[in-house]
Ligand binder design. Sequence first.
Ligand code: ADP
Ligand code: MG
Length: 300
Amino acid sequence: MHSPADINAIPAANGTARPPVRVIAVASGKGGVGKTSVSVNLAMALVHAGQRTLLLDTDLGLANVDVMLGLSPQFTLADVFAGRCELQDTLLEGPRGLWVVPAASGKRHMTELLPQQHIGLVHAFCQLDLPLDAMVVDNAAGISDSVLTFCQAAQDVIVVVCDEPASVTDAYALIKVLSRERGVTRVQVLANQVNNAIEGKQLFEKLERVSARFLDVTLHYLGAVPRDEWLRRAIQRQEAVVEAFPGCPSALAFRDIARRANSWQSPVGPRGGVEFFMERLVAHGASAASTNDPLRSAVA
Ligand SMILES: Nc1ncnc2c1ncn2[C@@H]1O[C@H](COP(=O)(O)OP(=O)(O)O)[C@@H](O)[C@H]1O
Ligand SMILES: [Mg+2]
């Protein structure tokens, strides 16, 4: 059994302390609202802003970060869990040095990580020892234990919402469980595919009203990304829109959002690297873990 304290025993490979990595989880409740588009473009915009960034795809059901970036992974996170490779074998270098860990390709049955797999991921990440400033975690749709755990472990959660009743109710359901069951007190709301700025603000206010009434969580409005044909074209070209069409409306919005994300208070912690994030993952998963080889305990 691993405990959060076990992580303390894992030294950074170069033995030096680094500031904790800023970890941002992107989630939405409902599928198809734009989590992956937001994750890819936020990560890329952070790279443009000089942040050494890793984009982690955790959607083992419908993984598509690699597809959106035109990358061809030889191995994915699913292969790591199946014992076919090490985490470092999955690392891809994307545009401008963005690091990408792809999730899986078409493993529809592998949509949920077991708690012990989270712990295995912790150890694997600690051993990677990449010099990073930021990590963006793209999540699956829904409110599975895995999604909640990644959100809980991150310093900031971006909940993506669009102007559809199901998107708003699913976003609220996600925020509710994060707040009530996972102790998340701060959520960033991003309105995607909006027709105008007012629509985005109204979407936020709708969520904010009901959250303020029933939940103990503070919602911040991160801003809106317009519905943008250029973004669809960029997806067709398998590029981030901030790379392919940097002057288009959605690219400008993503840059703005990255700027705001950069101004969030930096995480504070005694250790450097991704350990900060990983500790928090482990703190949740430890109680349920029971194997000595957690990463490979549940083979795909
Ligand atoms: N701002 C936007 N403007 C236009 N189309 C968008 C926008 N955001 C998302 N889309 C469309 O929605 C589809 C689903 O987006 P995606 O990021 O894959 O959602 P999710 O990861 O939440 O399932 C994309 O393929 C794209 O066609
Ligand atoms: Mg997605």
